[in-house]
Design a protein around this ligand. Structure first.
Ligand code: ARG
Ligand code: ZN
Length: 888
């Protein structure tokens, strides 16, 4: 039997001294400090003796010196919260190991050895949900980024690639299903109520892609025949009762597999693909090799419990994780600074997939809205970082909109400059050149250069410079020549005071305002790449001043500041043939007006005039029968309060909210009959998942949103009727969302009805919390406070925490309550959640980190909360890093 022993501590470690009082905040890890691993681990064998409260793990590592690295007499095996119960080298028990902080250091005399380590862990006590944890009686893992070290000691870094053999053993009734990566090799029954299974994954992988699941699950099973004719068994594992809601996920999986073959030439490489849905999960999902683990939110969907948006979310996340099999697993990251290598590319791939599955322009607009809502604020605040960061303390804090969404935009620009065909050639070369390797963003860029035939020397700045470039645009017209003047400015960000100009690909066209057609010489659009700080371009042959349409399709992730007349924006909002540019013109029209209004720059006349132009634009969107309802619905969406705040150097959230609501009320009142007619027309369309029906549902609820502002009483009656008539969640949730913002009796009735109807369905009860926390209701904050005491609320389930508090933190009028109550609540949440789940806790810091861009009174209150959190003893590394960066 193994003998437990007390770990020794390396002497004279200065950091150990104060460890008793304060958890040490380790020094930042820097990208430039990367060194190849001294030891490789070609093979891993893991044995799990599974139990909810004490799982014993024995791992046997075959280790070999890495000839490509400096020789080291010791191997560092990362651990977190682990104690080695026994350590053997080449079969013999040793006691010459030491602990360095949480890591295990073993001295190895030769060039190749085997190391066997036994540890014991308590999954039931693992509320951080990293490593092996329990969820609803099942066991599952989350190892990215550094969770594997909570299971066993291991060189837990993505450039160590190993083949895994996993044998697990446990009680049959608790864990009838035993899953791991790769293929099932063998299984057996011990005849004493326990059983076992042995899995083998032939593909070498980093430890972050390891996964194990044990539980009482049932599968929706199907199969897929790959392009070379191989049959792949597909299973989506859920808890009994949920299987009827897995159909959409399965269809999405098969579509993703086909699409990746057709569009990227990527074929699946195992005979089995498993997906497991778990209800306690920090993120959306995880791409473990052959065994994806998903938040139930991105698996379960049917028309009665999921909205159209939820259906899209499932399709997109299923695709994203599946696509990782190539962009992430077959070719992985050398180190975590390269995270965008796999995430940026995979987000782009899932975005392109979703564009192909539905409405491409609508998907593009949605993706830009996400970028502007989440990434732009990050890029202009204290947490700004390049898509390839230079340093971090806690990598979990870098699963950001910058790494993911800006990362995708950067690769999308390469695709725009290369063209689809050359981009595919670059992608093919990347996969061919680096298959089986752990590589860098630089390797990706180089493969793109070589494969697509591009020179990306200057373009590499997009990887190293943070901040959203601002491009100032002016069109000058004289004689018969139009001259486009462009200048760019990349703002300073933390640690990067001076920036170089970047290459900015801009899709441009010119319209003749009188004919509404493209101006002479512009039958197509032109790709103009601004590479310098300033440039001017001449377009001859224009007797009349043309109207400029620029950054069409959002060809670059930048802010455009254009010197353009209101009439020209109105023209583009009605006539631009690029759907994104049309949307953008309408957005600009509204942003300008609301900025001026919130800054007190409008007298009564100007306010009237501005509103009239917007109302006219909305009316023409309503009447334009060349638009489908999905696109019409997109054009109706007003710029968010966050986006408006972002457009101002210092924002007053109260003013922004009031002005935006007043504009909405004016539109709703002025176009009341039109919105009622639209609502009636859309209500006649029967439920289906077809675009037309989805579009009808979208505009139906938007009509209610405008009416709720313009004529609340009428809207309350209509929303209640929509709620009662609903035969699907989209209509029901839409109606309840509108009611939640009103002080009508229908609000209370329908909230009670909704809760009773869906009690016991956690994903729908999450909606019930979120609708109230994100509502326009003046008392939203009080509602949140009361909901925190609801018996269904728990800090232990991340979905539930997000549904209440993340919804509130991103509900500007609640979060930015003038007395600071919203900030205080989020401060309390962070402090209460940090010891339970630091990763989820630290996600609440960024909203407070916006303090520099908010008017003085609120700014001070936000800062006070950050300071209060920063002073709390025993703060996690996650939260500590975010708070200190936010104050810094
Ligand atoms: N790789 C996963 C995805 O984007 C995300 C996992 C992140 N996990 C974490 N604990 N930070 O698909
Ligand atoms: Zn991903």
């Amino acid at each position: 039997m193994d003998i437990a022993r007390t770990p020794s501590t390396p002497e004279g470690n200065p950091e150990m001294a104060d460890a008793a009082q304060e958890p040490r905040q380790p020094a930042a890890i820097r990208r430039e400090d990367y060194r190849p691993t001294a030891w490789l681990v070609p093979e891993v064998s893991l044995e799990f003796d599974l139990a909810l409260q004490a799982t014993r793990v024995t791992s046997t590592l075959t280790v070999a010196r890495n000839a490509a690295a400096d020789a080291s007499p010791t191997i560092r095996l990362n651990g977190e919260g682990l104690e080695p119960m026994a350590v053997k080298v080449d079969g013999a028990m040793i006691d010459s190991w030491v602990m360095d902080d949480a890591d295990l250091i073993v001295t190895l005399p030769g060039d190749a050895h085997s190391i066997e380590i036994t540890t014991s862990i308590n999954p039931a006590a693992n509320t951080a949900l990293m490593g092996l944890f329990a969820s609803n009686g099942m066991l599952c893992t989350q190892c990215e980024a550094e969770g594997f070290r909570r299971i066993t000691f291991f060189p837990d870094r993505p450039d160590v690639l190993s083949t895994y053999r996993v044998r697990m053993h446990g009680p049959k009734t608790d864990f009838p299903v035993l899953l791991s990566n790769g293929n099932l090799e063998e299984q057996g029954d011990d005849g004493d109520g326990t059983h076992w299974a042995q899995w083998h994954d032939p593909w070498p992988k980093p430890s972050y892609l390891f996964a194990l699941v044990a539980g009482d699950l049932i599968a929706n099973s199907d199969s897929f025949t790959t392009m070379s004719g191989r049959e792949v068994a597909l299973n989506i594992w859920v808890r009994e009762g949920d299987e009827s809601r897995t159909g959409h996920a399965m269809e999405s999986l098969k579509k993703s597999m086909r699409w990746d073959e057709e569009v990227f030439g990527r074929e699946y490489d195992l005979d089995l693909f498993n997906i497991v849905a778990v209800s306690d999960f920090n993120m959306g999902a995880m791409e473990n090799k052959g065994l994806n683990v998903f938040n139930t939110k991105y698996v379960l969907a049917d028309e009665n419990t999921a909205t159209d948006g939820d259906f899209d979310g499932v399709e997109g996340v299923i695709a994203h994780e599946y696509f990782h099999n190539w962009s992430g697993n077959r070719v992985t990251c050398r180190d975590w600074f390269q995270l965008s290598l796999k995430e940026g590319f995979t987000v782009l791939r899932d975005q392109l997939f979703s564009q192909d599955m539905g409405s491409a322009p609508v998907k593009r607009i949605e993706d830009v809205r996400v970028l502007r809502g989440a990434q732009f604020p990050e890029d202009s605040g204290p947490l700004a970082h390049p898509i390839r960061p230079d340093s971090f303390r806690e990598i979990s804090n870098f699963y950001t909109a910058t790494i993911y969404n800006k990362g995708a935009e950067v690769i999308r620009m390469i695709r725009t400059m290369a063209g689809e065909e050359a981009f595919r050639a670059g992608s093919d070369l990347y996969f061919q050149r680096h298959d089986g390797q752990a590589v860098t963003c630089e390797d990706f860029v180089k493969a793109m250069e070589d494969g697509a035939g591009l020179d990306l020397s200057q373009f590499r700045l997009w990887y190293s410079q943070a901040g959203t470039p601002k491009v100032t645009v002016r069109l000058e017209h004289s004689g018969d020549t139009a001259t486009l003047h462009l200048s760019q400015d990349v703002p300073a960000t933390p640690g990067q005071p001076d920036k170089h100009p970047m290459p900015i690909p801009l899709k441009v066209t010119l319209f003749d305002p009188e004919t509404g057609n493209r101006a002479a010489g512009h039958d197509g659009e032109q790709l103009v790449t601004l590479t310098k700080a300033q440039a001017s371009l001449s377009f001859p042959g224009h007797v009349r001043r043309p109207v400029l349409s620029i950054n069409r399709g959002f060809s670059a992730p930048i802010v455009i500041e254009r010197d353009i007349a209101q009439e020209e924006l109105v023209f583009l909002a009605a006539h631009d043939d690029d759907p994104f540019a049309r949307y953008e013109a309408l957005q600009d029209l509204v942003v300008r007006h609301l900025k001026d209004a919130a800054d007190d720059r409008l007298d009564d006349g100007a306010r009237k005039h501005g509103r009239a132009a917007i109302i006219e634009a909305i009316r023409s969107v309503m009447a334009d029968d060349t638009l489908d309802d999905l696109m019409r619905g997109e054009l109706f969406i007003l710029p968010s309060e966050t986006y408006l705040a972002e457009a101002m150097p210092v924002a007053d959230p109260g003013r922004i909210h009031a002005e935006r609501q007043a504009l909405r009320a004016a539109i709703g009142a002025f176009l009341e009959d039109d919105f009622v007619a639209l609502h009636t027309r859309a209500s006649d369309v029967p439920y289906s998942l077809e675009a037309a029906a989805r579009g009808a549902r979208k505009v139906k609820t938007q009509a209610l949103v405008y009416l709720a502002a313009g004529n609340p009483e009428r809207a309350a009656g209509m929303a209640a009727a929509q709620y009662d008539a609903a035969d699907n969640m989209t209509d029901r949730q839409g109606a309840l969302m509108v009611l939640c913002g009103l002080s009508a009796v229908e609000r209370t009735n329908k909230l009670i009805d909704f809760y009773n109807r869906y009690q016991g369905n956690p994903l729908v009860i999450d909606k019930w919390f979120a609708l109230q926390a994100s509502s326009m209701h003046p008392s939203a904050l009080e509602h949140v406070k009361a909901l925190a005491d609801h018996p269904d609320f728990t800090m232990k389930n991340p979905n539930r925490v997000r549904s209440l508090y993340m919804a509130m933190a991103y509900n500007p009028h609640a979060f930015h309550a003038e007395d600071g109550e919203g900030y205080r609540m989020i401060g309390d949440v962070i402090l209460a959640l940090d010891p339970i789940n630091p990763q989820t806790a630290s996600r609440f810091v960024p909203p407070l980190g916006r303090w520099r861009r908010i008017e003085a009174g609120r700014s001070q209150l936000m800062r006070e909360q950050l300071e209060r959190i920063g002073k709390a003893p025993g703060l996690s590394r996650d939260t500590h890093e975010q708070v200190s960066r936010s104050l810094g």
